[in-house]
Design a protein around this ligand. Structure first.
Ligand SMILES: [Zn+2]
Length: 435
C-alpha cells in the first residue's frame, strides 16, 4: 500500500537527463519517491492527489538566509550598506533574545513553505533557539552562527560564545530527525575576523565533519580592503587558512576575480547567489554566467528579509537568469533549466543533501511542490520549465510536501499554528521597535 499517489501531473524532474513527464504518476511510500513515470502503479494508495493543471517539481533550496530577520521586514530600506547595518540593523539585533529568534524563524518557515521552499541554509544568532525553531518548522535546515571578532588580543576559541553554542547544538540537535536539521560552522566574513579565528573554526568543522557558511566578497570595498591588508583576495586568504576544507557555501561572491572562481571550483565551494539583496543594497551583480562556465556550483539565496524583502525564491530564479542576459547582451546565457537547477540541485549539493532532495527521482525524498498552472498568470503552458522559471511566483505554489508529508496546501498549514505564532510576534515587535 502506497502512502500517497500523485496523478495526472506534469513532472519536471531535474534529473541528469532532464526528464519531463506529462500525465505522470508519482508514488510515495515511507517519505520516499518509489516511482515516477507515466504508467499507473498497480499498488493502491491511502491518499490520492489529483495533479491535473499542476506542475510538480523538487522543492526549492534557499542557500543563504537570516530567517529571524523577518522581524525587520521593511524596517530599514534604501540606505547605504554600512549605515543600514550600523545605524539600523545592529541596534535591533542587540536587543534580540533567543525567543525572538525562535518565533521569527517559525514565521519565516511558514513563508518559505507557502512559496515552495523546503530547505534553507541559515546564519544568525542564538543558535540553540535557531535549532529548536528548525526542528519545529519541519523544513530541512543547515543552521549556523557566524563567528566574528574585531579584537585578536581578546579572542579565545574555547571561550568564544559561538564555540559554546556550536558545541551545544552539535550535541543536542545535529542530524536530528534523520539528518533534517544540521549544524554548520560559520565564519561571518573575512572583514569581521582574522586568520587565527579562521583556522580554529575551520579545524572545528573538519574535526566534526561540518559544512562551512561564510559571506564572501559581497561589496567592492570589502574585496579591495582585503587585498590592501593581506595582498590577497578574500577567497585566496580564506583558502590559505583552511576555510574551504569542508563543504562550503560562500554567499554573494559579487566581486570575485577569475582566479577566485577557479579556486572556488577546485575547492567545490558553492556560491550562494542573492540577486535581490545584491541589487537592493547596490552591492553589484555577481558574474554568475562566468562562474557557471567555469563549473562553479552556483545556488540561490534570498539573504535576510531586511534586504529583500521576502523569501520568495521564484523571484531569485527569474532575476538570476535575467541579470546575466542583461549585463552580457546574450539572452542565451543562464537558460530556464539552469536557473531552476540553481534553486534545486545546486542547493541540495551545498547542504550535503544531493542524494535526498533536488530531484524527483526514485529513492529520493518525496520533498516536492505543486505549482498551480490554472491561474491566469501561468496559462497556457507551452514549456513547463519556462513556466516555472519565468512566470511562476511563490504565491502560485499550491502544495508543499516534505518527506511525503503535506506541510502546506492551498493556504492551509498542517503543522504550524499560524495564529499562535502571529500572537507571539506582536509583543516582540512592540518591544523591539516601539519601546
Ligand atoms: Zn547574508
Amino acid at each position: 500500500m502506497l502512502d500517497t499517489l500523485i496523478k495526472n501531473v506534469t513532472a519536471v524532474t531535474m534529473d541528469d537527463e532532464g526528464h519531463l513527464y506529462h500525465d505522470a504518476y508519482i508514488a510515495i511510500k515511507d517519505g520516499k519517491i518509489t516511482y515516477i513515470g507515466t504508467d499507473a502503479p498497480q499498488e493502491q494508495a491511502e491518499k490520492v492527489i489529483d495533479g491535473r493543471g499542476m506542475i510538480a517539481m523538487p522543492g526549492l533550496v534557499n542557500t543563504h538566509s537570516h530567517a529571524a530577520m523577518s522581524l525587520m521586514r521593511g524596517y530599514a530600506d534604501d540606505y547605504v550598506l554600512q549605515e543600514w547595518l550600523n545605524d539600523h540593523v545592529f541596534p535591533i539585533e542587540g536587543k534580540l533574545v533567543g525567543d525572538d529568534v525562535y518565533w521569527a524563524m517559525l514565521w519565516t518557515q511558514a513563508e518559505m513553505l507557502a512559496t515552495g521552499t523546503i530547505a534553507y541554509t541559515d546564519m544568525y544568532m542564538h543558535l540553540p533557539k535557531m535549532a529548536e525553531a528548525a526542528v519545529d518548522g519541519g523544513l530541512y535546515a543547515n543552521i549556523s552562527n557566524g563567528a566574528m571578532c574585531f579584537n585578536p588580543a581578546g579572542y579565545c576559541f574555547d571561550t568564544d560564545s559561538v564555540t559554546g553554542q556550536n558545541r551545544e547544538v552539535l550535541e543536542r540537535f545535529h542530524k536530528v530527525d534523520n539528518g533534517r536539521v544540521k549544524l554548520d560552522v560559520s565564519i561571518h566574513a573575512e572583514y569581521t575576523s582574522f586568520p587565527g579565528l579562521w583556522q580554529d573554526f575551520s579545524a572545528y568543522a573538519a574535526e566534526n565533519g561540518l559544512n562551512m557558511h561564510i559571506h564572501l566578497s559581497e561589496t567592492r570595498a570589502e574585496h579591495e580592503n582585503c587585498i590592501a591588508k593581506y595582498g590577497k583576495t578574500p577567497a585566496a586568504i580564506l583558502a590559505e587558512n583552511g576555510v574551504f576544507n569542508t563543504r562550503t557555501t560562500a554567499a554573494h561572491c559579487v566581486w570575485v576575480s577569475d582566479a577566485d572562481m577557479d579556486l572556488l571550483r577546485e575547492k567545490q565551494v558553492t556560491v550562494a547567489h542573492n540577486p535581490v539583496s545584491n541589487l537592493k543594497l547596490a552591492s553589484g551583480i555577481a558574474p554568475v554566467a562566468r562562474m557557471l562556465e567555469k563549473g562553479v556550483n552556483v545556488a540561490l539565496g534570498t539573504d535576510g528579509v531586511c534586504s529583500n524583502n521576502n523569501h520568495d525564491l521564484f523571484e531569485e530564479i527569474k532575476l538570476a537568469a535575467l541579470l546575466q542576459k542583461g549585463v552580457s547582451g546574450d539572452p542565451r546565457l543562464v537558460p530556464a533549466q539552469q536557473a531552476l537547477k540553481m534553486a534545486t540541485r545546486a542547493g541540495a549539493f551545498a547542504q550535503g543533501r544531493e542524494q535526498e532532495i533536488g530531484q524527483l527521482k526514485e529513492g529520493f525524498d518525496a520533498s516536492l511542490i505543486l505549482v498551480n498552472t490554472g491561474k491566469p498568470g501561468l496559462y497556457p503552458v507551452h514549456n513547463p520549465v519556462s513556466t516555472l522559471a519565468y512566470s511562476a511566483r511563490g504565491g502560485d505554489v499550491y502544495l508543499t510536501m516534505i518527506r511525503g508529508k503535506v506541510l502546506y496546501e492551498n493556504g492551509i498549514y498542517t503543522a504550524l499554528d499560524m495564529e499562535r505564532i502571529r500572537s507571539k510576534m506582536e509583543p516582540i515587535l512592540n518591544r523591539l521597535f516601539r519601546a
